[in-house]
Ligand binder design. Structure first.
Ligand SMILES: [Cu+2]
Length: 505
């Protein structure tokens, strides 16, 4: 590598940083100038590294992302070799404002092909990252430029869509925050942290666990990594410093490939203001909250305690189906909160969060039945499917542009499935097709074992073949995946996706 491009790039980054700072402190919005309510360095142990924007245009975020194998430190003295974006797990946090353009110069230095899928972002199909459908796979040594707009505020994420269970399990995932400055100003919560929950499987020799361990039985359960990670560090290690009662906003992503997290802050209230597709209709308060794979939650918490005291954010074991609660710890520590000396927070309470959301109407919506099934084949192997058909034999579903569909997703298997649709948001409805309140825009919904979930989805003006699959990535790999052809002419040859012997998504 020559010196010139590097120094050029860093000079551009400096110019850009200067512009960002100018905008930050010179801007007129109240939030940009508001000071932190927390002790100095409150989030330094858990703060994620952010991607460097190399484009001086304030409406364009342009970043370089390189997928490569690197040793990462997950605890003092404990390193593992992982799949990384830019040498880190999670990969760099990308931050934009709603309506911005994102350009990603992506290079692949992994020993295998990969892509990037922008989970939850309403991209055109060409940017959806599914090989053979939306783009060619990016071979080792290859490159691809992603270029997309971010039309919706919220916490999204990016991850590969090639051998996804393996690559995500090995560390390839990162958050993407799309900010709405007006919303931030209205909420009035200055202190914010993005939390990426995940896990990684390390064997007794310190090597990454075989992603095929346990054969199709392991697949049917969904393989969880044996080490929980919080922003890439072993669960329980990180500490946030806090002023008692001072509000903080936690944007949390579950990037684990099979593990659910059931959050509990020593029983203190968790105020949920948002989920997958930004703010929800109105805030709700609970003391525990379940996050299935790929789901996101946006919380406001005001932890209370005495100076020097501590709280712990726990994840309690969650019953996601057969064998998922036995013989395992009842809880995992995620991170600590340590209260600083000094008086408790006495400033204004956060504004109650609401958002006007017009639900879709079930009237005239096209019904689609999705039975999530598992079968044991004659040779003993397990195979997931939609109505008993794994993705390599299933025909694509279809939708017209502008069509609203009501999906009845019934889980006939002994395991829960966080069901994900690419490219479009939906919302949950009851048996009568009426919106469940508060309305949440979702791209991934948990369908518990033996239960049925109904959703309304509208297919807007973005034609293409879009994936739907369980986000327990082993389940997707084992058959629980399908496609929907949106706004495309009938094609008798568009029958099904390739068999896993020929291609692994
Ligand atoms: Cu599943």
């Amino acid at each position: 590598m020559s010196i010139q491009p590097t120094s050029l790039a860093s000079r551009r980054a400096l110019v850009c940083a200067a512009l960002v700072l100018t905008g930050f402190f010179g801007g007129s919005s109240a939030w940009a100038q508001a000071a932190s309510n927390q002790p100095e360095g409150w989030d330094s142990e858990l703060r994620l590294k952010e991607a460097v924007d190399i484009n001086p245009d304030p409406k364009i975020v342009e970043v370089n992302i390189d997928a490569r194998v690197e040793r990462i430190t997950i605890a003092p003295g404990k390193t593992v070799e992982a799949f990384t974006y830019n040498g880190q797990v999670p990969g760099p946090l990308i931050r934009l404002n709603v309506g911005d353009r994102l350009i990603v110069h992506f290079t692949n230095h992994l020993p295998m092909a990969t892509t990037i899928h922008w989970h939850g972002v309403r991209v055109p199909i060409e940017m959806d990252g599914v090989p053979g459908i939306s783009q060619p796979e990016v071979k080792p040594g290859g490159a691809f430029t992603y270029d997309l707009m971010v039309p919706d505020p919220g916490l999204f994420w990016y991850h590969p869509h090639v051998a996804t269970a393996e690559q995500v399990g090995f560390g390839l995932y990162a958050p993407l925050v799309v900010e709405d400055p007006a919303e931030k100003s209205r909420l009035g919560v200055v202190d914010e942290i993005v939390v990426v929950l995940s896990d990684i499987g390390i064997d007794e020799n310190g090597k990454l666990e075989d992603p095929e361990s346990g054969g199709t039985t392991g697949m049917a359960f969904g393989r969880e990594g044996n080490i929980v990670l919080v922003n890439g560090k072993v669960g329980g290690m990180g500490t946030l410093k806090a002023r008692s009662g001072a509000p903080m906003r936690w944007r949390i992503l579950n990037a684990a490939k099979s593990r659910y997290f059931s959050l509990d802050l020593d029983g203190q209230p968790l105020v949920k203001i948002g989920s997958d597709g930004g703010l929800i209709e109105y805030q709700t308060t609970a003391t525990s909250l379940v996050l299935g794979c790929a789901e996101r939650v946006d919380l406001i918490v005001q932890p209370k305690g005495s100076a020097g005291g501590e709280l712990l954010l726990h994840s309690f074991v969650f019953n996601r189906g057969y064998g998922s609660v036995e013989f395992r710890p009842a809880e995992e520590p995620l991170f600590k909160i340590q209260f600083a000396d000094g008086p408790a927070y006495s400033g204004p309470a956060p504004t109650r969060s609401t958002r006007a959301i017009t639900p879709y109407s079930a009237e005239g919506a096209t019904p689609l039945e999705l039975l999530l099934t598992i079968d044991q084949l004659q040779d003993g192997r397990f195979q997931y499917g939609i109505d008993h058909k794994p993705y390599w034999t299933a025909k694509a579903f279809t939708a017209k542009l502008g069509e609203t569909q009501i999906w009845t997703i019934t889980n006939k298997t002994p395991w829960s499935h966080p069901f994900h649709l690419h490219g479009f948001f939906f919302h949950v409805v009851d048996e009568k097709g009426q919106a469940v309140h508060p309305i949440e825009w979702k791209d991934t919904v948990n369908v518990q074992f033996d239960q049925t979930v109904r959703v309304l989805v509208r297919f807007d003006e973005r034609p293409g073949t879009w994936m739907m699959h369980c986000h327990i990535l082993d389940h997707a790999d084992g058959g629980l995946m399908g496609t929907i052809r949106v706004g495309l002419p009938d094609d008798p040859h568009a029958t099904h996706l390739p068999h896993p012997h020929d291609y692994r998504f």
